[in-house]
Design a protein around this ligand. Structure first.
Ligand code: PEP
Length: 252
């Protein structure tokens, strides 16, 4: 049985008091809730220490992740945040390779491989994002693009390392656009991703959670989550509204 996960990527939104308020709302909404879904919030770096403590001190049933990390362990890398620093403030997850980082910050597979190793070696869980652009889908290259993204990073791991990874399929054309992939499109790609992973790692592919991301909201989550190879969601915009985020969790 694969883990079910719903992770909220807050991106560069909220100032700290707003972030704390959002977590308190999530605490209220999850207090009496019975669920086997791992609920994760990924606030901006500046919030992590405070929100990590808030979650810990109040026994809130959610985990915390970061949206990125440095590709070096420590040292003279001005402006960067190391995996050790993230672990120290109670981060369990790190989002890696989000399309916004690939596109706006030139994140390459080479860099992502370094980062994924650092995250795994620190005992944390990478949420590794893959996904094609609109023109790549329209020209029928979407499978090839996603396969390359997986091969260039995940194929370099050992099976035991791969077991620590969560994959997120996020078609770039669906992120923040209001245009969601259909549940069939999501399932088709998720099943393909599992096959690409299986062709290198065999049955390790069966236990990897694969999340869908891209304009996922309470009105479409249930249909997407019903699919066999969809193990949850990476949620952007809707994760900033506590009730919507929890309604998505409840869609399982
Ligand atoms: C994301 O950025 O990871 C994402 C899925 O965003 P949205 O839900 O807003 O499309």
């Amino acid at each position: 049985m694969r883990k079910k996960i719903v992770a909220g990527n807050w991106k560069m939104n909220t100032v700290l008091p707003e972030g704390e308020f959002l977590v308190k709302q999530l605490e209220f909404l999850t207090k009496e809730m019975e669920t086997d879904v791992e609920i994760i919030v990924c606030p901006p770096f500046t919030h992590l220490a405070t929100i990590g403590k808030l979650i810990k001190d109040n026994g809130i049933k959610i985990c915390m992740g970061a949206q990125n990390c440095a590709d070096h362990e420590s040292g003279a890398y001005t402006g960067e945040v190391s995996v050790k620093m993230l672990k120290d403030v109670s981060c369990k997850y790190v989002i890696l390779g989000h399309s916004e980082r690939r596109e706006y910050y030139g994140e390459t597979s080479e860099k992502l491989y370094k980062k994924i190793n650092l995250v795994i070696n620190e005992g944390m869980v990478p949420i590794f994002c893959v996904g094609e652009r609109l023109e790549e889908r329209e020209s029928g290259r979407h499978f090839e693009v996603v396969s390359e993204q997986i091969q260039e990073v995940l194929y370099k791991l050992r099976g035991v390392e791969l077991d620590k990874v969560v994959v997120a399929y996020e078609p770039v054309w669906a992120i923040g656009t209001g245009r969601t992939a259909t549940s069939d499109q999501a399932e088709e790609m998720h099943a393909y991703i599992r096959r690409v992973i299986a062709s290198k790692f065999g049955e390790h592919a069966d236990i990897i959670p694969i999340l869908y991301g891209g304009s996922c909201k309470p009105s479409n989550a249930a249909e997407i989550f019903l699919k066999q190879n969809v193990d949850g969601g990476l949620i952007g915009g809707a994760s900033l509204v506590a009730q919507d985020f929890i309604d998505i969790v409840k869609s399982f």
